[in-house]
Design a protein around this ligand. Structure first.
Ligand code: ADP
Ligand code: MG
Ligand code: ZN
Length: 504
């Protein structure tokens, strides 16, 4: 099915309208058990093997709140500078869907556990933008439907659907922003930066791995336009379940161009959900949006209210880890690098490996060099992330140590890393097995130096005549003859010595 959508160019859209955005992010918590029962949350199990009467919605089954889930919600709330409710309840959000056997989702409605916070996010140029947080609340995930027999995997055209309830009841935290105004043309960039920063915060807190590609974190992008200078918000569309940082940015951008086309031709935007398509970067219409009343929210009678004690909240606050923006700002100063370099490190997923390598004894510059150079290239080629490479920060630190000691030069170090990545063992084992070692011992180098001089009489003459720069060619010949293992600086000294020339 192809539908064409009228668009206005991004520049034209921004010339006439101000975008307003709202981001709703769902994070699947990494708790061992589900939110309201003791079923395992382990991924990859046989369908429907991790279920019980509670998460299957059997009559009479009674839910119990997962304490770790509540603690994670409080941690997230505090990290997002929110107030933590002194008392709050769960609520039933009533609707029918086959992947939700209770016919309601246990969520929170007007009494979220955390509210009124903010998250400062950093844009590509290093500038900071504050995104206000409306609330963060606890809820549960639904099961998973697989639609079989159709061409698209969507329900339309499918012959039947399979249901797996292993995911039903996995704890979710939904984090909702206040309307984001004033970002102008940078709105899509702000959306992406916000989701990225939120992901870093979640990971730093250790409450979820927040892998978007695995659905552990997904974002709904609400967007509307209002005529430039206006104060009353326009009608929003809500693009659901966007699951990569790049897609968040593209979805916001596309919706700006689409809304502008509708509005500037005198049309009206209908409040609806939309689907984002990775392949085309476009969105298509989903369903007309329910109003909150349609869900008949009411307080969950089977669960006790949650009333986090103030002392407990303060204990959690005191134990929060250093948050990512603070940490990055500190490291940036320590390492003396620019915001752009830091951004590149973040984009490559290299920050944690670099820090771990430094903790294992490497100097900051070398750690950055290897992770952002050789190792990033290698990860790129194999289509994996840096943390999936078959080398540990400790091993990278060991390689830098061998370089510092003069046992390896850069070229040999690269071969050692290549060997470790290929599964040949630890750096020391690769050095042994491959026989990689800088040769700086004069007697071992002497023959190679003599041969290089004898084999290149023309160059040797030039050097004798005072053209010291020409020595590079002879050094090259020696390096080649020794398969890169010679100590280049010592080789140069030997050549000049042999030819009776001094360096300056
Ligand atoms: P719903 O459950 O209907 O999606 P929520 O209140 O949970 O409603 O989320 C709506 C999101 O959209 C919030 O982030 C809110 O700030 C944002 N929002 C509300 N009104 C607008 C608007 N007119 N344009 C853009 N975003 C909006
Ligand atoms: Mg929503
Ligand atoms: Zn269960």
């Amino acid at each position: 099915m192809t539908t064409t959508t009228d668009l206005v160019s991004y520049e034209d859209a921004l010339a006439s309208y101000d975008p307003v955005m709202g981001l709703e992010v769902h994070v699947e918590l990494g708790t061992k058990t589900k939110m309201f029962c003791g079923c395992s949350t382990e991924l990859g199990a046989e369908p429907n093997s991790q279920t019980c009467p509670v998460c299957l919605g059997m009559p009479g089954a009674l839910p119990v709140v997962n304490a770790t889930g509540v603690e994670s919600a409080v941690r997230i709330g505090l990290a997002l500078n929110c107030s933590i409710a002194e008392w709050c309840r769960f609520a039933r959000k009533n609707y029918f869907y086959p992947d939700m056997p209770k016919n309601f989702q246990t969520s929170q409605y007007d009494e979220p556990i955390a509210f009124d916070g903010y998250l400062d996010v950093q844009l590509e140029d290093g500038e900071t933008f504050r995104v206000e947080i409306e609330r963060a609340h606890m809820e549960e995930d639904t099961g998973k439907s697989t639609h079989v027999g159709g061409a698209t995997g969507r329900i339309h055209g499918a012959s039947h659907s399979l249901l797996d309830y292993n995911r039903a009841g996995i704890p979710l935290i939904e984090i909702v922003t206040k309307p984001i105004v004033g970002a102008g043309e940078r709105a899509p960039e702000v959306a992406k930066a916000y989701v990225r920063e939120l992901r870093e915060v979640i990971r730093a807190l250790g409450v979820s791995e927040a892998r978007m590609e695995m659905g552990q974190m997904r974002c709904d992008v609400n967007l509307s336009l209002m005529p430039k200078g206006a104060e009353k918000f326009g009608t929003r569309s809500e693009t659901k379940n966007v699951n990569s940082l790049r897609s968040v940015e593209r979805a916001a951008r596309f919706e700006i161009m689409r809304h502008a086309a509708v509005l500037s031709s005198g049309g009206t935007i209908i409040q609806e959900t939309r689907h984002f398509h990775e392949d085309t970067g476009s969105t298509t219409s989903g369903r007309v949006k329910e109003e909150a009343e349609d869900y008949r929210y009411f307080p969950e009678p089977d669960l006790v209210p949650v009333a986090p004690a103030r002392e407990w909240v303060e204990e959690i606050r005191a134990a929060l880890p250093e948050l990512p923006l603070v940490r990055r700002t500190r490291l940036l100063a320590d390492w003396g690098i620019s915001a752009t370099e830091m951004q590149a490190i973040l984009n490559a997923g290299a920050l944690d490996p670099i820090v771990a390598t430094i903790e294992a004894g490497a100097d900051a510059a070398s750690a950055r060099k290897w992770w952002m150079g050789e190792l990033a290239r290698s990860a790129n080629e194999s289509g994996t992330s840096l943390d999936e490479l078959a080398i540990t920060p400790q091993q990278v630190a060991r390689v830098t140590e061998l370089v510092t000691k003069g046992d390896l030069n850069d070229k040999l170090a690269r071969q050692v890393i290549e060997g470790v990545l290929a599964g040949e063992g630890t750096p020391d084992e690769v050095v042994d097995k491959r026989g990689l070692k800088v040769v700086s011992d004069d007697s071992a180098l002497g023959t190679a130096v003599d041969e290089a001089i004898a084999g290149n009489p023309g160059i040797a003459d030039k050097i004798r005549g005072g053209k010291v720069a020409a020595a590079g060619a002879l050094v090259g010949a020696v390096m080649k003859a020794t398969r890169g293992q010679a100590d280049a600086a010592r080789v140069k000294e030997l050549i000049l010595e042999r030819l009776g020339v001094s360096e300056s």
